[in-house]
Write a protein that binds this ligand. Structure first.
Ligand code: PEP
Ligand code: MG
Length: 533
């Protein structure tokens, strides 16, 4: 029996990045290992050129599979491999007599350290991309190759971090999971893990786990039980069986039309941020897309009109005539965007975010509005504006839409008008919905709750205060529903609250009859709706 098998049970707690329950064995990946000192097979410049060629080839294949997110990650790497801030130090080290691998590692490691130490999440979340590039160039330099990880079927992969392209190259199977000492739930690799349903726990911190050790990974709880004993294994088997049953029940519920126990129809739409998330999702399970978050598309810098148009058209094609509500850029707050958002705000949640930022950068905003109007010619597209506070903000958006319309008409490009709606995220808006000239509205409960309860959504220390059952929040919700009904304004709710079955009765009781939730939650939410009396 190995020493790992004799290790006492212990439980590690990290952060949940992708849900799922797995029992498997630890396989350690050492991403920092550098073959420095191995004789280079090709000069550094050639190795970098070859790495770029490989990445372009990967991008082209990825394009075919409709994986827009993955494509952007690869684009970022291609661009960075041509960046003088990376190349000049490497060339200087070569000139000073270092061998190619050493020169490369020094230059890229300095960048990795800078990115890892950055205050801005945007840079920290790109550390995985930089490690990926590091490894790819080393592989070319030394005649090796970067490829898929070949993991045993029950592998629980343990790493400091995992490069997104390595994650993408790997053929993940049910029963496998990933544990990262670093990273965060909003890192690219976490996003990819959620989209591909690979359970993942991140932020586990520095710790040693013996390779081969058994582990029960609970991605949803963010926990890892190491060297589980008989009782823990029995508990796992019970929970796994329940989870499988539940999954089957939810799949059946997802396929049905959502009606309350009394037979009242409730609209259930889905929230998406990437095309990836639609892989394997049957459009018939939903009444359309109730929220497209467009921020991820901007992660590697503002995309051009053609890129945006392509994304919106693909969503409409998937929806097959069902409505698709695209939210305009909601940068700022918890979604900082280098080069776009304002640096140094003392309270970014109360600062220049959402429509405030879009109106402050009308040229950038207009690119998005033009792409939306052009896409609207291809389906039931609706435009939704985030973080609206005053009626005149919506009027300004209407004016910009009118300008974009005139431009497109003058250019002879096909376009169509689209209904314009607002997100109800600011309490003052929920209290005065009648004042807004909107075609529809959707409650962003994540923000509405944080602003109502004065409890930041990204601060676990106050998360208990963000209680949707609070009578103050309930009163606000009911008032918004009542105002919307009196005006005939279609109103939905697209915040996380809608995807929590325990809260669904509260939302229905407040009068809501339209919810938008992640695709994976449709079954559970429809079940909760059908049980509501
Ligand atoms: C919300 O605030 O509830 C919402 C849906 O928007 P986001 O979570 O993207 O801020
Ligand atoms: Mg919001």
């Amino acid at each position: 029996m190995s020493s790992a098998a004799l290790a006492p049970p212990r439980t590690l707690v990290g952060q949940t990045a992708a849900p799922g329950l797995v029992l498997g064995r630890i396989v350690e990946l050492d991403e920092r290992a550098a073959p420095v000192g191995l004789p280079p097979v090709v000069p550094l410049d050639e190795a970098i050129a070859e790495a770029v060629r490989q990445l372009r080839a990967l991008r082209d294949v990825t394009d075919v599979t409709d994986d827009a997110d993955a494509q952007r990650l690869i684009e970022f790497q291609i661009e960075f491999l041509g960046d003088p801030t990376l190349l000049e130090p490497a060339r200087a080290a070569l000139a000073a007599g270092a061998d190619a691998a050493t020169a490369w590692c020094r230059a890229i490691d300095a960048q990795i350290d800078d990115f890892a130490a950055a205050d801005d999440d945007y840079f920290r979340h790109r550390v995985g991309d930089l490690r990926d590039m590091r490894e790819r160039v080393i592989a070319v330099l030394t005649g090796g190759s970067v490829g898929a990880l070949r993991l045993p079927p029950d592998a629980v992969l343990l790493a400091d971090d995992l490069a997104p392209s390595r994650f993408l190259a790997t053929d993940w199977r049910p029963g496998q999971a990933v544990l990262l000492r670093g990273s965060s739930p909003t890192a690219h690799v976490a996003l990819l893990a959620r989209a591909r349903a690979v359970p993942m726990v991140v932020g586990l911190g520095d710790m040693v786990i013996e390779p081969g050790e058994w582990a029960i990974v609970d991605g949803g709880a963010g926990t890892v039980a190491l060297a589980p004993d008989g009782a823990q294994r029995a508990d796992f088997a019970r929970r796994r069986a329940c989870a499988d049953d539940e999954q089957r029940r939810e799949a059946a519920a997802a396929a049905r039309v959502a009606t309350t126990h009394a037979g009242e129809r409730v609209q259930v739409m889905i929230n998406v941020a990437t095309l990836d998330e639609l892989d394997g999702v049957d459009p018939a399970i939903c009444d359309g897309i109730g929220l497209v978050r467009t921020e991820l598309m901007f992660a590697a810098g503002p995309p051009d009109e053609a890129t945006q148009l392509d994304f919106y058209r693909r969503l409409l094609a998937w929806a097959g005539g069902r409505p698709v509500v695209v939210r305009t850029l909601d940068a700022g707050g918890d979604k900082p965007m280098p080069g776009v958002t304002v640096d140094g705000e003392t309270n970014p949640f109360l600062g220049v975010r959402g429509v405030r930022l879009s109106l402050a950068a009308p040229e950038l905003f207009k690119v998005q509005l033009r792409a939306l109007l052009r896409a609207a010619a291809a389906g039931a597209l609706r435009i939704m504006v985030p973080m609206v506070t005053r009626p005149d903000e919506l009027l300004q958006v209407r004016r910009l839409l009118a300008q974009a319309t005139s431009e497109l008409a003058a250019e002879g490009r096909p376009f169509a008008s689209a209904p314009l709606g607002l997100m109800v995220e600011v309490p003052a808006v929920a209290l005065s919905l009648e004042a807004f000239d909107a075609d529809f509205a959707s409650i962003g409960s994540n923000d509405l709750l944080q602003y109502t309860m004065a409890a930041a959504r990204d601060n676990p220390a106050v998360s208990a205060l963000a209680d949707a059952a609070h009578p103050g929040f309930d009163a606000l919700l009911r008032l918004a529903v009542k105002t919307a009904a009196a005006r005939g304004l279609p109103l939905s709710l697209c915040g996380d609250l809608a995807s929590r079955p325990a809260h669904v009765p509260r939302l229905l009781a407040a009068g809501l009859r339209s919810l938008s939730v992640p695709a994976a939650a449709v079954g559970a939410v429809k079940s909760a709706i059908s049980e509501w009396r």
